[in-house]
Ligand binder design. Structure first.
Ligand code: HEC
Length: 187
């Protein structure tokens, strides 16, 4: 093949390429010329009803759950906490503060423990309701808490753990009176 012929071949190849690219561009113009816009119409969606979340509404107040809670089961339930907390009377700090006599203790008040700013700012005491809220979802309850623990999602298991925490004291605090208990419907 001499160079003249080579040129012809190269020209043919280039020409074909140009044609393919050019027709692709044209096709693009023809077939996707303009956006479809909002074709069709929106279907009406059923409004969410209260019955959509029956479990969420069913959680009994902590006072009611504590009345039927088992401190023994709670003791078994704190296995995961023991990586970070001491529960006995020595009340020493580990990754987390000692938890002896924690019920009704002021938040963030255990000597020698460096609490997060979030926990110190929260204020108040560890009453049953605060413990319930914190243990359900530590990070959601106290923004910026140092407690790297996901929480106990089962309401009754949480009550068991809190019932166990209550026993960790020379003088266990009284159980909450069940004023929060909803009036029972008589049949
Ligand atoms: C990965 C370690 C870790 C685990 C697991 C853990 N904690 Fe904690 N806990 C901490 C830390 C750290 C703090 C201090 C939080 C802060 O300063 O924000 C804390 C704080 C607390 C407090 C507040 C005490 C006070 O003096 O104010 C309670 C109550 C508590 N934890 C209970 C529990 C229970 C019950 C469990 C198990 C169900 C548990 N924690 C699991 C690390 C942990």
């Amino acid at each position: 093949m001499d160079s003249f012929e080579l040129n012809k071949v190269a020209g043919a190849v280039l020409g074909t390429l140009l044609f393919v690219m050019g027709s692709g561009f044209l096709a693009e113009l023809i077939y996707h010329g303009k956006p479809a816009g909002n074709a069709g119409y929106a279907l009406p969606e059923p409004a969410p009803t209260a019955s959509a979340a029956p479990e969420a509404a069913k959680v009994e107040p902590i006072a009611v759950r504590l009345a039927s809670a088992s401190a023994e089961k709670g003791q078994a339930g704190v296995k995961a906490c023991q990586a970070c907390h001491v529960f006995d009377k020595s009340n020493t700090n580990k990754v987390g503060p000692g938890l002896w006599d924690v019920v009704e203790r002021k938040l963030g008040s255990h000597p020698g423990f460096e609490y997060s700013a979030g926990l110190k700012e929260k204020g108040g005491a560890w009453d049953y309701a605060q413990l319930d809220g914190f243990l359900e979802n530590p990070k959601g309850y106290i923004k910026g808490t140092k407690m790297a623990y996901a929480g106990i999602s089962s309401p009754q298991e949480r009550a068991n753990v809190i019932a166990y925490l209550r026993t960790l004291s020379e003088t266990p605090k009284p159980l909450p009176t069940a004023e929060a208990k909803p009036a029972e419907a008589k049949p």
